[in-house]
Write a protein that binds this ligand. Structure first.
Ligand code: SF4
Length: 234
């Protein structure tokens, strides 16, 4: 596995566990708001891949964190596009760490394998928009049945999980919140994350903003009709 980056410490990204984050390059989506274009677009990846971290170096780092960190968050890009993900996670778990996976949900076959082999302890899946806007939002043609399969696998699994949406004013509205949260019915947790204008994959998305605090609270109340545990990250 080639690793595009490591955050050596996070207290927030893996609920209840002091962790590090490992980022894997490449993604099958092209979300206009993506802040990590250099790790998503193949031509951009080529320009920085000489700085990528060899797997051996990462595992040497993990060895030094035994007893200090509890978990490893695997993020991207989209980690499930890497066929060697299960083997990579096995090596992490063999060192005694818990694993949280961030995914866009497009690879239920991989999720099923990871769940069956008990390789993940927490899954966070993005739910980008309502089904009607999904292709436009993610910049690719989607097979929504794959996302539904991932949703069902995660909701019916015995492991901790959450679904989450980055809310962009001008793209999402209260109706979107209702549709998305309804789709997440039965989930353990739903996170509404406010969009922060920064460098975006599609520069045209730089014009969008996030929502105000009162708007986010209204959106939270809508989501709570479908999922009890709703968190707002503003
Ligand atoms: S936001 Fe996430 S899913 Fe979308 S292109 Fe970026 S890394 Fe991929």
């Amino acid at each position: 596995m080639v690793i595009s980056g490591i955050h050596t410490l996070t207290l927030l990204d893996f609920p209840g566990h002091i962790s590090c984050i490992v980022f894997l390059p490449g993604c099958n989506f092209r979300c206009g708001y993506c802040h990590n274009a250099e790790f998503v677009i193949p031509e951009k990846i080529k320009k920085i891949e000489h700085d990528f971290i060899p797997e051996e170096k990462f595992f040497n780092f993990l060895e030094t964190r035994k007893g200090k960190l509890e978990g490893v968050v695997i993020s991207g890009g989209e980690p499930t596009i890497h066929p060697d993900l299960p083997e990579f996670i096995k090596k992490i778990k063999d060192l005694g760490f818990l694993v949280k996976l961030d995914t866009n949900g497009t690879n239920p076959k991989m999720l099923q394998k990871l769940l069956e082999e008990k390789l993940v302890d927490y899954i966070a899946m993005d739910m980008k928009s309502s089904p009607e806007k999904y292709d436009e939002f993610t910049g690719v043609k989607n097979d929504f049945s794959l996302l539904e399969k991932s949703r069902d696998l995660i909701v019916n699994s015995k492991i901790n999980h959450e679904f989450r949406t980055t809310y962009v004013k001008g793209w999402h509205d209260q109706k979107e919140v209702e549709t998305i949260a309804k789709w997440c019915t039965g989930a353990q947790k739903y996170t509404l994350q406010n969009f922060r204008p920064q460098k975006t994959l599609d520069p045209a998305w730089g014009k969008y903003t996030g929502f105000t605090e009162p708007e986010l609270q209204e959106m939270k109340e809508i989501a709570e009709k479908f999922v009890k545990n709703v968190e707002v990250l503003s």
